[in-house]
Each structure stands twice: as C-alpha cells, then as structure tokens.
Design a protein around this ligand. Structure first.
Ligand code: UT7
Length: 324
C-alpha cells in the first residue's frame, strides 16, 4: 500500500471584467486578427481596482473546498503559486489562510511563474506522501495585469488575471497506475535562460515591482521542446503511453504551443482542454482554471487519466500525471 494525493475538489475564480481584443486594439497598435492568429486569445479577464491576488485565490479556494465537501478549518497545508503576490511579504497564502479559519497550519507562496501550479502540486504531494499533511489546498493565483507594460504590444495582449485551486486528500493506493491520485511528477529549471522571460524590477535590485519582459520567439522555441520532453518523462516513469491519456491540461500560453505539443505527443486535439481563447495566459492560475472548467462541465470524469504540463520564466517546467 502507498499514500496517494487525490484531487477531491477543484475551483475557479475569474475577475468580472472581460477585455476583448477589440478593446485592446483601441489602446495600442494591434489588431484582433494578429492576436487570434498568433496566440488564439480572443479576450482576457482583468482584475478591477483594488481586486487583489488574494481575493481571487480565496474565491477559487472556497469553490474547490465546496466541490470537495471539505471545511476550510480541516485543511492542514496551503501552498499558493504566484508571481504577483499582494505584497513582497507576507505570503499571499497567509491572507487566504486567515479568511479560511485554518490558522496555525503551514501556509506559503511558491514562485515558479507559469510552472508554479505544477511545482506547488508536486510539493503538496510530497508533504502528503511524507505523512506531513492529509488535506492540502493548492492554489494558482495571479494578477499579471499589474506587472504588464501596457505600451508593449508584444506582451500586454498575452496575459490575464484569475485563480484556480484544488483540494488534495491523502488516500491509500495499491501503488499501481490504476490508483486515483497523483501518479508521478517531474520538475526542471534552467537559470541560464533568465533573461528571455523576466520582470525588470524587484525588492533587492531596483526596489520597484517592475514590468514583464519577454523574448517571445525564443521562449516559444524552448517551450515546445521542453514540454514534449517532460511529458515523455511522465509517461516513461509510469509505463503509460499517450494513448492512455484521457485529457491533456496544459499551461495556457499560446494555442500554437498547445497544438504543437499535442501533435508531437500524438494526442488528438479534442483531448486538450483549451481556455487560452477566453482567459489568455494567467500564469500559475491557468492549469487549475482549465482543470476546474473541464471538471465542472463534465468533460473530466472520475477515474480518467489527466496530464498536466507547464513551462515558464526561469526557465522552469514540469509535468504531473493524475488519475482523477
Ligand atoms: O507563459 C510563459 C511562456 N510564454 C510563452 O510560452 C510565450 C511564447 N511566445 C509566443 O507565444 C509568441 O512568440 C508570441 C505570441 C509572443 C509572439 O508571436 P511570434 O509569432 O513569435 O511573433 P514575433 O514576436 O516574432 O513578432 C512578429 C511581428 C513583429 O513585427 P516585425 O518585427 O516582424 O515587423 C512584431 O513587432 O509581430 C509584431 N507584433 C505585433 N503586431 C501586432 C508583436 N506583437 C504584436 C501585436 N500586434 N500585439
């Protein structure tokens, strides 16, 4: 017998305000056609005045807890993946904890940008497998609109705000790939690629928050290669093949990257959960948002095999294979 971390609830939270490509094209020199053709993005949700990452995180957490039938006071670990915390410190996870009423348990933020959710899920899985947590809340939450340079058309059209969350519970498994829960996780980083996707500010460098900067074409090239490799790693570790996968839930950066990765793996496009058209790139929030959507609308069913993968600044990248 082994301990498995089973996803027992998923939840989403998006800001009310929707901004279409047409609206953005009235602000800067771009067009709906360019954005749709190059990225697949048609609209994004943007946080309203005063709406913080912790507000979105809390909304997603409450929805995930309700879906799981778990009381917030029974959570014994909170990990919040974000690159856009409310404050430099304390951790945004602590604000979520305060509102949920589970004071005293460990709660911390994790920073791996767009790979943040896969990183956080892996860390929570390891806490559970080590017997140090039994009911974990893993959240991806971002307000990227706050760190965008709204005069840089190469980046500001690409991102959106939102949050997604999952509740993990420790359950006994047989140690086979038929078990429910997280079956395998794989994480990587390559700090040599720091200057291809970064924020040009920070507490210890400029003393400012800074703005997102990206060499899109270079990031794109690395993404397709790294994602295919890290997915292959998950399949090899479990002895499964791409035919066994019911759903691919990728980080939503660009529809062309999603299509390219699915094609490389031989996964048919109707098995890929796509939200980038409506959410744009919400960094650490994109995978749990997509997962919550496909669970809520009944596409993802209990017992199905779901593959998560992400790549982001750092570079960081990772995958997780989960039986729902
Ligand atoms: O989540 C973390 C990971 N991030 C990613 O995975 C993002 C990866 N990269 C991408 O998704 C794509 O590289 C982008 C969508 C960012 C850009 O697409 P691209 O096909 O690589 O275009 P490009 O950057 O090479 O730019 C092509 C042209 C340029 O014009 P010239 O130099 O060819 O005349 C840009 O100035 O498109 C121009 N351009 C725009 N035109 C209209 C760039 N942004 C825009 C825009 N509207 N918003």
């Amino acid at each position: 017998m082994v301990i498995r971390s089973v996803i027992v609830g998923t939840g989403a939270c998006l800001p009310e305000r929707i901004v279409t490509n047409a609206e953005i094209s009235r602000m800067i020199d771009t067009t709906d056609e360019w954005i749709v053709e190059r990225t697949g993005i048609r609209q994004r949700h943007l946080a309203g005045d005063g709406e913080k990452t912790s507000d979105l995180a809390l909304g997603a957490a409450r929805n995930a807890l309700a879906a799981a039938g778990v009381d917030g006071r029974d959570v014994d670990l909170i990990i919040l993946a974000t690159a856009t915390p409310d404050q430099t410190f304390p951790a945004t996870a602590a604000a979520v904890q305060r509102e949920l009423g589970c004071v005293g348990i460990p709660a911390f933020d994790l920073q791996a940008v767009c790979s943040g959710f896969v990183y956080a899920l892996t860390v929570a899985d390891n806490f559970i497998k080590a017997g140090q947590a039994r009911t974990a809340l893993v959240i991806g939450a971002e307000t990227f609109s706050r760190i965008l340079d709204w005069t840089d058309r190469g980046t500001c059209v690409l991102f959106g705000d939102g949050a997604g969350a999952v509740v993990l519970k420790a359950e006994q498994g047989e140690g086979t790939t038929d078990d429910r829960g997280i079956l395998t996780t794989h994480l990587h980083a390559d700090g040599r690629q720091n200057d291809l996707l970064y924020v040009d500010g920070g507490p210890s460098s400029t003393g400012t928050t800074g703005h997102l900067r990206m060499h899109g074409r270079e990031v794109f090239r690395h993404a397709v290669v790294n994602l295919a490799a890290v997915v292959q790693e998950a399949l090899e570790a479990t002895g499964l093949t791409s035919d066994d996968i019911d759903w691919l839930v990728p980080h939503q950066a660009n529809k062309r990257i999603l299509d390219g990765t699915a094609k490389k793996l031989g996964i048919s496009p109707d098995k890929v959960v796509v939200t980038v058209d409506r959410h744009a790139n919400t960094s650490a929030a994109s995978i749990p948002l997509a997962l919550a959507e496909a669970v809520a609308d009944g596409r993802i069913q209990p017992g199905q095999l779901v593959l998560l993968e992400a790549m982001g600044g750092g570079f960081t990248w990772g995958s997780a294979l989960v039986r729902m």
